[in-house]
Design a protein around this ligand. Structure first.
Ligand code: SAH
Length: 328
């Protein structure tokens, strides 16, 4: 079914979404690509990802960084090492830095604020992705200069959420997202697609949730089984379903910034390009020091970057702006 672009997105009800998730109709990708082209033009925003610590107090069942995984070499970059990665990105004309890490207690409010101020001395936008913190922390980070915050809800199925995240609560996750929104950050969220016991109906609710909280950025990743986690044997290829969730997210949130995620490339060669042609408009190349990034193993065999040339070959242009929601 070809969508009428002028009637979007009010038309999209839960049943439509569920039917689209169950179908294998390729038209969905064409629709999402057209909407991306209409709202975001042909610009791709690059974000320099710095995975600055893999130390984590959480024990998420799917994640290789979970605290109970002893088969991983832990690291924490120093402030100077992080600033070195930032400089490398700035030299390559990147306009957004993403600081991502495990929930590492070493990085107190004070230390994160000091780092934020140093990064903001460069002419860049700064995104944080460091998990659940207090309102006071989020407020201090915002005042220190952070612009955006990524915190995936992972799943909106509360029961599944609590199965996947021992000692964490769904309510606190929502509290964090609300705090981040109220403090004036651009808010990024997203989900894993293909978790054990995740239903199609719950994925439809996930998409409606992105709309409900008016997410500015949405990252959709296929779940990839990590051998050193309790979900090691849950291996299946969730690429196609993740791509459908991503395309529907573009349709329901036409202005959102949506990355072609590394997890997609990991599951399918050329997966990033397929994602860019199915609604995505952001790519997040890794700027973590080469000596460490191999140990940021949230899932195995993480794909490396799609070359900028590949992105240009499909007719896309690298944006020179900081890539806020309404920037081209
Ligand atoms: N501590 C931060 C960053 C987590 S890592 C936070 O809590 O936000 C970033 C994302 O990697 C997670 O939100 C999760 O959705 C994804 N991830 C973790 N393990 C994964 C796996 N096995 N397969 C695919 N994606 C995974």
């Amino acid at each position: 079914m070809k969508l009428n672009l002028h009637k979007l997105p009010e038309d999209l009800d839960r049943n439509y979404i569920i039917n689209q998730l169950k179908s294998s109709d390729e038209e969905l990708f064409i629709n999402a690509n057209n909407i991306r082209n209409q709202y975001k033009k042909n610009y791709v925003h690059l974000r320099a990802l710095i995975e600055f610590t893999n130390i984590c107090k959480c024990n998420c069942l799917y994640c290789g960084l979970r605290c109970e995984n002893k088969n991983i070499e832990r690291y924490r970059l120093s402030e100077d090492e992080i600033l070195n990665c930032v400089e490398n990105a700035v030299k390559k004309e990147y306009k957004t830095i993403v600081l991502q890490g495990g929930e590492d207690a070493f990085w107190t409010q004070e230390k994160i604020c000091s780092l934020i101020k140093k990064i903001k001395n460069y002419d860049v936008a700064l995104t944080l992705s460091i998990g659940e913190r207090s309102f006071e922390d989020y407020k201090a980070f915002k005042e220190a200069g952070a612009d955006r915050y990524l915190l995936r809800i992972e799943t909106t199925d509360k029961k599944l959420y609590e199965q996947m995240h021992p000692n964490m609560s769904f309510e606190n996750r929502i509290r964090c997202l609300k705090d981040i929104k109220n403090l004036g950050y651009e808010v990024g969220t997203g989900v894993l697609v293909g978790l054990p016991n995740q239903s199609i109906d719950s994925l439809a609710d996930d998409i409606l949730f992105f709309k409900e909280i008016e997410a500015d950025m949405v990252g959709i990743g296929p779940f990839i089984a990590h051998p050193d986690t309790p979900l090691a044997k849950e291996n299946q290829n969730n690429f196609d379903l993740a791509l459908r969730v991503m395309a529907l997210t573009r349709i329901i949130l036409p202005n959102a910034n949506i990355p072609a995620t590394t997890a997609m490339e990991t599951l399918k060669k050329n997966g990033r390009i397929l994602a860019l042609n199915s609604g995505a408009n952001v790519v997040m190349p890794n700027f973590t020091d080469i000596n460490y990034c191999k140990n940021y193993e949230i899932y195995p065999n993480k794909a490396s970057l799609t070359s900028i040339e590949e992105i240009k070959k499909i007719g896309r242009v690298i944006s020179k702006t900081k890539g806020f929601k309404f920037d081209y």
